[in-house]
Design a protein around this ligand. Structure first.
Ligand code: DAT
Ligand code: MG
Length: 179
């Protein structure tokens, strides 16, 4: 009986370990990645360069980037978690209404730090100095998307990029960014 319980307990532990390591495998420390997208309003308002500049100057590393007009299907999948929300349909329509820039950025705590750089979901609640605080007014036109967790980042990056589109490169300034 004791042995039986131990087996069940270990199975549980193994499953927990497997699922968390699968999600974040190789994505820890300076290798953490996030998914960032300049939304159609950001592109139309010529904010692409400014947004890339902020991430570059911060010290994060660009690992993938594409300019495209997304299909409603792809956006529905991207925003699947929000499917029950009243603004979901409008959100998908707006996001597919024009070209967007999708990117993957890498660095220490990049998910959490990027969210701080973006500001709050509603630009009205976002501090000056943040992207939404500086360039947005309404929640329905908030310029930029950023993953809210490492797990979401993983899901979103694999939705928008194929494995070979993620570029592995050596950053010459790395020693000046990390101790
Ligand atoms: P975030 O983009 O900050 O992660 P979210 O995931 O809750 O925010 O929502 C996704 C997007 O949906 C958000 O960037 C803008 C839009 N949105 C959120 N709340 C909204 C609302 N109350 N009315 C209209 N659009 C909204
Ligand atoms: Mg979100």
């Amino acid at each position: 009986m004791k042995r039986h319980l131990a087996v069940i307990e270990n199975r549980g532990k193994r499953r927990r370990k497997e699922s968390s390591s699968r999600v974040t495998e190789g994505w820890t420390g300076v290798n953490e990645r996030t998914f960032i997208a300049v939304k159609p309003d950001g592109v139309q308002r010529k904010l692409v360069g400014e947004i890339i500049r902020r991430f570059e100057r911060k010290g994060f590393k660009l690992v993938a980037m594409k300019f495209l007009q997304a299909s409603e299907e792809q956006l529905k999948e991207h925003y699947w978690e929000l499917r029950e929300r009243p603004f979901y349909k409008g959100l998908v329509k707006y996001m597919s209404s024009g070209p967007i820039v999708v990117m993957a950025w890498q660095g220490l705590d990049v998910v959490k730090t990027s969210r701080k750089m973006l500001g709050e979901t509603n630009p009205a609640d976002s501090l000056p100095g943040t992207i939404r605080g500086d360039y947005g007014v309404e929640v329905g036109r908030n310029v930029i998307h950023g993953s809210d967790s490492v797990e979401s980042a993983r899901r979103e990056i694999s939705l928008w990029f194929k494995e070979h589109e993620l570029v592995c490169w050596e950053e010459s300034s790395e020693h000046w960014i990390y101790v």
